[in-house]
Design a protein around this ligand. Sequence first.
Ligand SMILES: Cc1ncc(COP(=O)(O)O)c(C=O)c1O
Length: 392
Amino acid sequence: MSWPSTQKNLGTFSTTLMEEDAAKVFSAYAPYNAVDSCAYPEFITMEENCGTFFLNLFNAHNHKDYTYFSTSGSSEALFMSLLFMKSYWKLRNQGNNHKPNFIICSNGHTAWHKAATYLDVTLKVLPIDPDKLNFNETHLFENIDNNTIGVGCTLGATTTLVYDEVEKINIALNDYRNKKNIFIPIHVDAASGGFIAPMVQKDLLWDFRLNHVMSINVSSHKYGQVYPSLGWLCVKKEISADDLAHESHYLGKSIKRYPIQFSHSASHLASQDYYVKNLGKSGYEKLIKQLFDMQTKLCEMLRTFEEIKIITPGSGPSLPGVIFTLRGSSEHNLAGLASYLTMQGWHLPTFNLPQPKQDMLVSRIIVRNGFTQDLVEALKKDIGNYFLSTPE
Ligand SMILES: Cc1ncc(COP(=O)(O)O)c(C=O)c1O
């Protein structure tokens, strides 16, 4: 059996296979500009339908207290969330001319670094917990100061797949507020986890149920099942200053919007709307559970090789995928495995874990739609052949 290279790309989070009917919607809307809601008012309804779905998913109980908007992806959503946190801090710290800072962990996405540079914010990057591989809240207090505009947590880190324990960070920030009377907002980067945790880890507290969580982003083109590129930001109105939304008139009526992007294809919005209507929460739940069943099968397959050591899944919740390394052997190594697999048409990314585990080289396999038992079997054969080979 042969698969397209998109299915043999083991490392990507992006959707590469949409349902047939959804793919038809995607094609049908390609010529439409999503920003032009004057000509195509149905896009307003679609955005509202998706936004309401996300607010419910993230337990935003009083919808009127929140706003939401679509973006080109999670990177743009992170940028906007940092902008909101900076403006919220400025409003409450008028006359303070110090440079603001924002705290993330070394598992944070590279988009934070870019946003902080562009927005002139100092990024404080704390080391991850070396055992749990997620945000270590014990370092928080020594890093927060009067110029801290917020804390960024990740629900399913790009490099480890592990969730940050947002509830613990929230408790720490409540303690800080009780001592200093300063409120520090949390942004949760749920680029992948936003479509996972509400479906299969329902009791996990990470979303708007926590009082410091002021904004959450999610990518439709990851576990939302839409081809790239579409993301969302849900944010409490308390921090989304009105003057950061810009108004234009030339399309036929006044359009006031927050996102940076203006013209973009409506394919993504229309497809996300299709899935929200046709799958709904229960449909996504079914799909995500199947991915975790496939993750179990993938782990079983990888464990048949004594050379392979699985890092994620570990003890805490994580995304459906596997992070693994190789037990010390001079002959076979991850770089060798990755290049052997490349020759067989696979793509297996290899990278270092975040600080302080930067000496550990790992590889990532993401379980997503289209990851089948046949694919696991084919991969097993090629990994087995690599370990039987004698590297040059
Ligand atoms: C945790 C996390 N945040 C942000 C991003 C950036 O998302 P996008 O590609 O939608 O801009 C990614 C992408 O993999 C991610 O994994």
